[in-house]
Design a protein around this ligand. Structure first.
Ligand SMILES: NC(=O)c1ccc[n+]([C@@H]2O[C@H](COP(=O)([O-])OP(=O)(O)OC[C@H]3O[C@@H](n4cnc5c(N)ncnc54)[C@H](OP(=O)(O)O)[C@@H]3O)[C@@H](O)[C@H]2O)c1
Length: 342
């Protein structure tokens, strides 16, 4: 069994912990937090051993009546691999600690690409990270774009990608990012950081990205144009995308008109935390004009990177092939269950 430690138990960390626990070949050693709050007591309630990320704050846990299993150093030492899901920038600060204990670590998309040995997306470059010490699971948006680009590139060849990312202003619990009422080009200059980030997965791809932020918390939405090297018809492209793992091509008849309806669908389907791990591509939007493909997709920022973290664990440790890992991950998380009841 692969022993996995999770340092940083927030939006991403708690989801990764549950996904690790569901796998047949992995165990959660424990999770680390800096302070006692509802997520700390939630971790204990779920049976995860809780470790203190900052030694001086240990008395705060005792005061709150939350039992600790030890310090984060002990968690790192006892783990075959660490998933670092700390806030942006802290993962880079922690890198030295992981090196000290000779424990490989996965950082998240908020970290700079320069900090790590490699960047990872399961569909696009699974086989390139084995044996690396520090691997970055790319951000929610880059994950969503990589899943889309990989099959298009393999099947049709890509001349250029142009994407406008309409990004949620904050996650539902990020009260500090609101309340707001605005529509902000972010950044106002081109390209947004997403294009160069996609190039960490597809180094030779021509891609331009523009970013906006809007006062929404539910999901991101991408308006995508891909100039292909051939001219498939739209139906063929739709079928190709529908056949991929971790894509959900929304059928016309289901009446899903936006992120709100998608989240409602996920709740109805009984998904944990109403998570949507797949790219949600509106089937009706998939259109071809000459060589140009157009489509809209929605990305659930809190959860699409979770299965990618699970695959990255096996990819770094070299325990399973890409196909086996993705199948194991999806089966264990019930990701292969359709969001639409048959
Ligand atoms: N949320 C998203 O939409 C999203 C999507 C994809 C990727 N990411 C990336 O994933 C990473 C984590 O993001 P997130 O949204 O999960 O952040 P988050 O919700 O703020 O969770 C991070 C957690 O780390 C804990 N923490 C802070 N300092 C720590 C330290 N020194 N050691 C251990 N734990 C510490 C915090 O908990 P306490 O201080 O309470 O212990 C916090 O709950 C970032 O790189 C982010 O860019 C986020």
């Amino acid at each position: 069994m692969i022993q996995v430690g999770i340092n940083g138990y927030g939006t991403i960390g708690k989801r990764v912990a549950d996904a690790v626990r569901a796998q047949p070949d992995m165990e959660v050693v424990g999770v680390a937090k800096t302070r006692p709050n509802f997520e700390a007591s939630g971790a204990v309630d779920r049976g995860y051993d809780l470790y203190a990320a900052i030694e001086e704050r240990k008395p705060l846990f005792a005061e709150a009546g939350i039992e600790l299993a030890g310090d984060v150093e002990e968690l790192i030492d006892a783990s075959d691999i660490i998933v670092d899901a700390c806030p942006s920038g802290i993962g880079a600060d922690n890198a030295e600690l992981y090196r000290e204990y000779d424990t490989p670590a996965l950082l998240q998309g908020g970290e700079d690409a320069e900090v790590v040995d490699s960047s990872f997306n399961a569909r696009a470059n699974y086989d390139t990270v084995e044996g690396d010490d520090l691997v970055r699971v790319v951000s929610c948006n880059t994950t969503g774009l990589s899943r889309l680009i990989a099959p298009l590139q393999e099947e049709y060849g890509i001349d250029k990608v142009r994407t406008t990312l309409v990004r949620r202003g904050g996650d539902p619990a990020q009260t500090g990012r609101g309340p707001i009422n605005d529509i902000v080009p972010n950044p106002v200059t081109l390209p947004s950081h997403h294009g160069p980030d996609v190039n960490t997965i597809f180094p030779d791809l021509a891609i331009d990205t523009l970013g906006l932020k809007v006062p929404a918390t539910l999901m991101h939405t991408h308006s995508v144009n891909v100039t292909l090297e051939s001219q498939p018809d739209a139906g063929e492209v739709r079928d190709l995308l529908a056949d991929q793992r971790r894509t959900f091509v929304i059928p016309d008849w289901v009446g899903i008109d936006g992120a709100g309806a998608l989240k409602e669908l996920a709740q109805d389907a009984g998904r944990p935390r109403a998570d949507i791990w797949e790219n949600c591509i509106w089937g009706e939007s998939v259109s071809m004009e000459g060589n140009d493909l157009y489509l809209f997709q929605a990305i659930h920022q809190e959860s699409d990177v979770v299965p990618e973290n699970i695959d990255a664990i096996r990819a770094v440790l070299g325990t399973e092939s890409q196909e086996t890992s993705m199948e194991l991950t999806d089966e264990a998380m019930d990701l292969d269950e359709s969001l639409i009841p048959n």
